[in-house]
Write a protein that binds this ligand. Structure first.
Ligand SMILES: NC(=O)c1ccc[n+]([C@@H]2O[C@H](COP(=O)([O-])OP(=O)(O)OC[C@H]3O[C@@H](n4cnc5c(N)ncnc54)[C@H](OP(=O)(O)O)[C@@H]3O)[C@@H](O)[C@H]2O)c1
Length: 233
């Protein structure tokens, strides 16, 4: 299968890429850091020389860059089977106290990114009558957390987008899955003084993606809520 992952160089996106490559799939991914993109293309090409690995520098918060990324991926892969809208940014804060522009920035990266990329990729899937789109929401998509601020607003919106997309793509054979992870080890948690087992591993989220992909064409996992065993932080 040919898979697109946005924000693929670190954390959950990288874990999904690692797992899908290990199962023989081809990956296109993006991130903003050129060094990270180049390093990961080298790492994955070395580990999986017979599979396609395409890495592109792209700021998913900028519509023109999202659309160029889509054009390039379609050019290289021709058919797209899975799209993982994963790129996201978490700026903690409270609505009344966070910096001006926080909402706009997180709506751009956490919502519009998925909206614009999906509008370019989903038509290929409806045409082929198959495909699977994952939207990386959050438990903050269904519950307001302390210090969630505009992040939570953007993730509520992403879940809304995902639900609408599910209804629209239902008759076309294209699956849509919303993933709502709780706290998962990644850069966002760097420096937090907690025992390793208090948070989930990024690979736990990757496993849930693979499990959903492996269902028969007649079944779709609409929502996946995954939390640390000891609950939210
Ligand atoms: N970790 C958690 O606890 C948790 C919980 C619930 C939901 N989530 C969601 O899961 C997703 C991944 O989170 P993570 O914790 O794995 O994050 P992470 O470790 O910080 O990785 C984020 C990835 O996205 C890329 N990225 C960030 N902004 C981007 C942009 N504007 N354009 C393109 N790429 C961008 C980063 O690379 P560059 O910085 O080089 O661009 C990196 O590859 C996010 O949507 C997040 O909201 C995470």
């Amino acid at each position: 299968m040919n898979v697109i992952i946005t924000g693929g160089t670190k954390g959950i996106g990288k874990a999904i890429g690692d797992l899908l490559l290990s199962k023989g799939h081809n990956i296109s991914f993006c991130a903003r850091s050129k060094d990270d993109v180049e390093a990961l293309v080298e790492e994955w090409n070395k580990a999986y020389p017979d599979q396609m690995v395409i890495g592109e520098v792209c700021d998913m918060g900028v519509q023109e860059e999202v659309e160029s990324f889509a054009v390039s991926v379609i050019h290289h892969m021709k058919q797209i089977d899975v799209l993982v809208n994963n790129a996201g940014v978490f700026l903690p804060g409270e609505i009344l106290k966070e910096e001006a522009g926080a909402l706009e920035q997180m709506i751009n990266v956490n919502l519009y990114s998925a909206y614009h990329l999906t509008r370019k990729i989903a038509p290929l899937m409806t045409e082929q009558g198959s495909g699977h789109i994952f939207n990386m929401c959050s438990v903050a998509s269904i519950k307001a957390y302390p210090n969630g601020g505009s992040y939570s607003i953007s993730k509520f919106a992403l879940l809304g987008f995902s639900k609408v997309l599910r209804e629209e793509l239902k008759p076309h054979g294209v699956k849509v899955t919303s993933i709502l992870p709780g706290a998962t080890w990644s850069n966002s948690w760097a420096g937090v003084d907690l025992p390793r087992e208090r948070l989930m591993e990024a690979n736990d989220i990757a496993l849930s993606v693979v499990n959903a992909i492996n269902m028969s064409p007649s079944a779709v996992v609409e929502e996946i809520i995954v939390r640390p065993q000891l609950g939210d932080l």
